[in-house]
Design a protein around this ligand. Sequence first.
Ligand SMILES: NC(=O)c1ccc[n+]([C@@H]2O[C@H](COP(=O)([O-])OP(=O)(O)OC[C@H]3O[C@@H](n4cnc5c(N)ncnc54)[C@H](OP(=O)(O)O)[C@@H]3O)[C@@H](O)[C@H]2O)c1
Length: 262
Amino acid sequence: MPRFIALLACVASFLSTTACAGLDPDKPTVLITGSNRGIGLEFVKQFSERGWNIIATARKPGEATDLQAITDGYDQLVIEQLDVTDFERVKALQAAYKDQPIDILLSNAGITPKYKSAFKTVSGVDWDMARKSMEVNAIAPLQIAQVFMDNVAASEQKKIVVISSKGGSFAVGPEMPMMYSYRGSKAALNMYMYTLSFETPKKDVILTLLSPGQVNTVPGMKIPNAIETDESVKKMLAVIDGLTPEHNGKFLDYEDGSEIGW
Ligand SMILES: NC(=O)c1ccc[n+]([C@@H]2O[C@H](COP(=O)([O-])OP(=O)(O)OC[C@H]3O[C@@H](n4cnc5c(N)ncnc54)[C@H](OP(=O)(O)O)[C@@H]3O)[C@@H](O)[C@H]2O)c1
């Protein structure tokens, strides 16, 4: 659909007061979940430097001060409330943007274990956290991909990018008992997306999982050998720029886009 028609349709939408406001019909659009901090916030910064339209979702937009600060100097950023586990809200958001092409659907929101709990053995698994991790890290990205698939298919770039983790890989994950809830949920995410990748070519959509590397995202804490968010996101953007249909259904490294084993 021509971008100017999409914008008119967006403006006419009565389901959301913010939907599409400020979006430039001549620019590509990215939707990013978990945009208020960490890697998601850095994606917003770097996409804004590229002049993209950004639909940035956050669980609590009122508390997302760093994200709001970007809107001060940048009109093409719309902040939307979204807890990714709220499927009704996911569908309502899609309804508000039903005619908006989304060039990149970027599922970034995730639950990462706290450093102290990461090394607990099986006797220390928090089962509520295990269930929650499965919901946030695995089920929600699949639901979001399902619901926004046609927005992506209607865009020029047609990319779904999902942030996973080497921790969810049998091939390269740590060979020790750690991060049960996280690793199980990321492995489930990988399989959900791998399975979905057999459907996406029918819509000319490229679906790719990315590992962001080990990234310092806990304020005030520097993990040895970890990189900063700006480096991780800069390199992931280079990988995303280079995605072609042959990368559909692949799990790629942030550093150089090389393939990671499942
Ligand atoms: N940092 C790393 O070294 C690393 C390594 C491998 C993979 N990853 C993956 O990269 C992604 C981003 O990681 P990060 O380090 O930037 O994490 P982070 O700093 O902990 O930020 C997580 C983001 O996800 C959001 N989120 C959590 N639960 C949510 C929910 N139910 N609904 C909506 N948003 C929710 C958080 O929102 P709130 O502020 O509201 O909680 C926050 O915006 C995650 O998928 C993570 O697993 C990170």
